[in-house]
Design a protein around this ligand. Sequence first.
Ligand code: ADP
Length: 357
Amino acid sequence: MTEISASKFGESAAAAVRSPDFLQKILDATRECVLIVDSDLRVSNWNAPAERAFSRPGMEIGGRRLTEVIRDLDLHSAYRKAISTGEASDVRLELIGAERRKFDVHVAPIELDGFRQAIGFFYDTTQIERLESVRQEFLSNISHELRTPLTSILAFVETLEDGAFEDPENNRRFLATIRRNAERMNNLIADILELSLIESGKVSISKRPVRLRDLVEEIFINLASKAKEREISLVNKVSAKTLPTADPGRLEQMLINLVDNAIKFNRRGGSVTVSAEQTSGGISIYVVDTGEGILPEHLGRLFERLYRIDRARSREIGGTGLGLAIVKHLARLHGGEVSVRSTLGEGSTFSIELPAK
Ligand code: ADP
């Protein structure tokens, strides 16, 4: 550790350290709100974040009663306790205004200018709690997604054990259902692992110019039988000259997801067209389908994990609900973005925008 002596700062720095508003400037520069009240429970000092969080138009917080600034019984009691008994305490505070904010507040006694006052530090926990609720919701959705095929597997195993095993007409059919459900669980777990790897930043990409036309052709070959089952024609409109800079494996993964969806959510006899164009910022790749389209209220949420318009239908046609979330993360890993626009009854266009380098 390097020791820095006062003399190293020179005259002006030393003067700044001694300036009377030194402490106020530090408090104003923190992220947490600080509110000090005197023995009458009136605000005697505060910092800039507190001013932003607690003042209302036309209302100065200095000199106001604490109850006028923040109406919360527990908070009020914590400040009163700090002043009257000298005890520190912690309270949770929720502010319901234009936006809902939550705080962990630490209230402690403090002696200022020879008078007992109380200081509160407000740690904003809104974002942490929001993330926690997203995490819990994801966990509960995932458990549900895994339980559905598992319940089905157990039911069919039981039926086989109860005698269907001896019935040659049904035993193969039941085994096929068990396999389909086990595969669904397997795909879901593979996607969860993939997503968590990408989200934790453990996936690195290595970019180089990719022959997009050839890549799309390969994807079409791999998905040809699926498209044929639904009589969907696959159209590759990418020019041979289009060479986006991307990680070839990851770009393939993104396009497989989008083309696979475009086949799954298409109408019988429809088409899926992939095209690309040079833009000012790089290259945009479009996957266009002639499916039923997506209602505007769903568009903003499609890229969330496990968000599906019709859960039962998506499950039935073999979706995990994680594909678009994976595409979003991979696009961002490239410094790009993915977006969607759709016209009900006509179809949807998913676009991947990739930067030039
Ligand atoms: P899934 O595994 O269910 O396909 P995705 O994350 O890939 O999960 O997609 C999420 C949801 O978005 C789908 O369940 C479907 O409701 C909707 N969706 C995706 N692609 C299309 C599309 N091309 N046309 C209509 N809806 C789509």
